[in-house]
Design a protein around this ligand. Structure first.
Ligand SMILES: CC(C)(COP(=O)(O)OP(=O)(O)OC[C@H]1O[C@@H](n2cnc3c(N)ncnc32)[C@H](O)[C@@H]1OP(=O)(O)O)[C@@H](O)C(=O)NCCC(=O)NCCS
Length: 185
């Protein structure tokens, strides 16, 4: 299996992500814009300064395949009216469209999508005592992402969130990091 190399993202890597393209639909475009924008634009580089971790994933040959992110957050849990608890969040992850579905003919865990999400989940699991739940938002029509998240064990919780600007509905999905099949790395 061609394993990806993980590189912590910082400002010096902006030229590397400048051609990153994970699709033209609004919910895809926001993902590539998030990683590409300059400091001060309120996207990845600014969130890193506030404690978010962002990693690029590349092939042995140095080609940028995708990125993942992970940070702390709060969540009313388990019910929507319960008090907030500390959780982890994946704000965004994306794969350049050249690498969607790659490499072919391997189990889903070994595809680039499975490798990147598996790595971020394993990273989140290291903090499972302090932050037992890993959450994310995903556009309800994003079939590829939803299938990937469900395979890893994410399930939908609470009501979807409506984005005020676009009117798009985003499912809330969560993974309990204390369940036994979450890997320790
Ligand atoms: C979401 C994303 C990371 C998944 O990566 P990927 O390489 O496309 O993932 P996979 O090839 O493993 O696809 C997962 C499954 O969805 C299926 N799928 C892919 N595109 C699909 C579509 N448009 N409709 C329905 N199913 C689709 C795949 O066939 C696969 O199922 P299979 O294993 O049964 O064949 C990638 O598509 C992406 O970066 N999208 C844009 C950014 C984004 O949406 N990020 C997530 C939200 S932050």
């Amino acid at each position: 299996m061609p394993s990806l190399i993980r590189i912590p993202f910082d400002e010096s890597l902006l030229p590397k992500v400048s051609v990153f393209d994970c699709g033209t639909e609004p919910w895809q475009h926001e993902v590539s814009e998030w990683i590409k924008r300059q400091r001060g634009a309120g996207r990845a580089l600014d969130e890193i300064e506030c404690g978010l971790q962002v990693w690029l994933y590349a092939t042995d040959a140095g080609e940028l395949v995708g990125f993942g992110s992970l940070g702390p957050a709060l969540q009313r849990w388990p019910a929507a009216k319960d008090p907030e608890i500390a959780v982890s969040i994946i704000p965004f992850m994306g794969i350049d469209r050249r690498f969607w579905g790659q490499p072919p003919g391997v189990p889903w865990q070994e595809r680039y999508s499975g490798q990147i999400l598996g790595d971020v989940v394993a990273e989140a699991a290291k903090s499972r005592d302090a932050r037992p739940i890993l959450k994310l938002l995903v556009y309800e029509g994003n079939a590829a992402a939803i299938k990937l998240y469900e395979r890893v064990g994410f399930t939908e919780y609470h009501k979807p969130r409506k984005d005020k600007e676009s009117g798009l509905l985003y499912k809330r999905m969560a993974l309990d990091l204390r369940v036994p099949n979450i890997p320790d790395r």
